[in-house]
Design a protein around this ligand. Sequence first.
Ligand SMILES: NC(=O)c1ccc[n+]([C@@H]2O[C@H](COP(=O)([O-])OP(=O)(O)OC[C@H]3O[C@@H](n4cnc5c(N)ncnc54)[C@H](OP(=O)(O)O)[C@@H]3O)[C@@H](O)[C@H]2O)c1
Length: 290
Amino acid sequence: MNETIVVAGATGYVGRHVVEALDAEGYRVRALVRSQESAQAPGPFGAPSLRGRVAEWKTVNYSDPTTIRDACAGADRVVSALGVTRQNASPWDIDFLGNLSLLEDAERNGAASFLYVNVLNCESGTSLTMRAKHAFSESLRRSRVAGQIVNPSGYFSDVSDFLHLARKGLGFTLGDGAAQINPIHGADLADFIVGHLAEPSTSWDVGGPDTLSYRELEELAFRVVGRRRRILRIQPGIQRPLQWAADRTSPRASNLTRFFLESLKIDAVGTATGHRRLEPFLREVHQSSA
Ligand SMILES: NC(=O)c1ccc[n+]([C@@H]2O[C@H](COP(=O)([O-])OP(=O)(O)OC[C@H]3O[C@@H](n4cnc5c(N)ncnc54)[C@H](OP(=O)(O)O)[C@@H]3O)[C@@H](O)[C@H]2O)c1
C-alpha cells in the first residue's frame, strides 16, 4: 500500500491512533502538527507516540492559511481529526475554518477523498463547537472531493473525566441521567476509519460495544475508584441560570457549558464498533494514575 495519507489533528487522542493504524496497514503518513516534539512523546490516555510512524512532517498553524498551502500536494487522501477540545481556541477558527482551508488544499491538489472525524448530533447542537462542525460537514458534502463523515459518540479519553470527579467523591447527572452514550476507544475508531478510507461519499454514526446511561457511567466511575457513590442531580430548571452566568464569563465558558448541557440531555449512540471495553480501560487509567 503506497498511498500517502495526510493526517490533520495527528497529535490528538484519535489522530495518534489513526496514524498508528495507517502505519500498521502500510500507508505513508504525512502528519500535520504544531509541534513535532510533542508528537513524538506518548499522548494521554494511552494514545501512542508518533515516533517512527510518520514518513513526512509538516508544521502548520491553522490560523495562518499560508502554512496549509500544499499540505496535500502529491497525497492520495486526507483524514482530519482536527478540532478544539481542551485547547484554548475558537472552534469556528479551527473546526470550521481550519478544516475548510485543508479541504480547499485537498481540492486544489486532487486528493481522492477527505475523511472527517465529526461528532454525533452536531446538526441539532447550538454550541459554537456543534455549529462549527456542522458547517464544515456541510462544506465537505458539497466538495468535489469524496467526503466521508464519521460521527462518533464520546471517546474513552473523555469518559475518563468521570473518574477524576469520582476520585474527588463527586458525580453529577443532568436530571435523571437517562440519556445514553456508547463511548469508543481511539484504537477501535482508528481501525474503523482506516477500514473505510476508500469508500464513496457517505457518513456513519459509530460508537463502542458498551451502551450506558450517564447515570450508569457515573456509577461505573465510582465502582472503579472504589468510593461510595455521591451523585448530584442537576435539576433541569438550573440550566438557564447556569448558561446565563457562563455566557457572561467568557466565550469559551459559554460554548463549553452549552455543549455539555445539550450533550448530557440526548442519546449519542452509534452503531457498535470495535471490541475494546470501557470498564477495563477505566481501571487501567485509574491504576496508572493512582
Ligand atoms: N472527545 C470526544 O469525546 C469526542 C467525541 C466525538 C467527536 N470528537 C471530535 O473528534 C475530534 C478529535 O477529538 P480528540 O479527542 O482526538 O481531540 P484532541 O485530543 O484534542 O485532538 C485534537 C487535535 O486537533 C489539534 N488542534 C486543536 N486545536 C488546535 C489549534 N488551535 N491549532 C492547531 N491544532 C489544533 C490538536 O493539536 P495539539 O495536539 O497541538 O493541541 C490535536 O492534534 C475533535 O474534532 C472532537 O471534537 C470528540
